[in-house]
Design a protein around this ligand. Sequence first.
Ligand code: SF4
Length: 373
Amino acid sequence: MSGIYLHIPFCRQKCHYCDFYSVVHSPEQEDAYVGLLLKEASLQKANMKNKTFDTVYFGGGTPSLLSDKSLTEILESLYKNFDIKKDAEITSEGNPSDFCVLQKVKFFKSVGINRLSIGIQTMNGASLKKVGRLQTVESNTNALKTAAEIFDNVSADVMLALPDEGIFEVEKTLRIISGFGVGHISAYALKVEEATALFENVKNGLVDIPSDDAAADCYDFACEYLKERKTLRYEISNFAKNGLECRHNLNYWRGGEYLGLGAAAHSFTENKRYENPRSIIKYRDGLLKGVLPSVNVTLIEPDNALYEKIMLGLRLSDGINISELNKEYKINFLEKYSSALKKYEKCFKLVDGKLSVKDEYFYSLNSILVEFL
Ligand code: SF4
């Protein structure tokens, strides 16, 4: 399976915690950037001629800022240059301030987007302000309502362990989202990254972040709450109703190939990882010379590839298929990793040849993975 990722690096303003690559949006920059994306897609055409794509994912940044014209041009270029399956999952991330507009949501549907992923984060206005999100609780509510009316497949991003939030606030957020029948939720704990405004605010005592234990409690609560509503964890931070798991991200976690287009986008094909420059200017410079802009190309050696498959696969509730790994890497998995399996015996389960981490030990996954290095 293969997917296409497009990075749309524009936002209205920088959220305090964000370390993704994005710049402040302007219509002029957007026009120029779309021209570059089209150029990159046409240059990649020859490299991708033997591949069929199952998914397309507009991420960012804020893809919902794209004008109708830009979105149409990008999609036309993708279909012109690449073999995209008829039943492909086509997702766009977006901000509630855009997806609360009925006309916008209808337009996204009309051009073939069939899955929306909305950055709700929390239904508490004070928390939204503390982390520098521009949207309001009202736009969150309207976006959920509008998206649920027009799309069958809607995902909401939720942040756990936001400043001054605990289980009470998480329950409110999940209750409102679930009330709109949203079938997929991604729930990540807030991370304080260096060189962000949040890092400075925490350092200067302006914002309080919940402790690791409190964050773990929120996570456990979210898992239970969603399970009761048949929205089951299928990856450490992702929950879905049956059949609404994100196919694009499942491809990453299963070690599938993907093509990344745009500044800061990554690709993985033929055991090589490619990385585009984290700067629109540098991304443009390569393309204007008529060459692909990748800055780092890394060959993934078989040992690293195997570790990546284990690391990503154990994030999934489904786990890893041992006989497939044995065949692909010519190993005896149970023998090769016998000490790790013994040390964390109580954390694993083996069902139908698939090894996975038991629900109650998911939070310790990082420590478990060290043993497979
Ligand atoms: S909207 Fe998303 S990408 Fe943009 S600044 Fe906020 S967190 Fe970062």
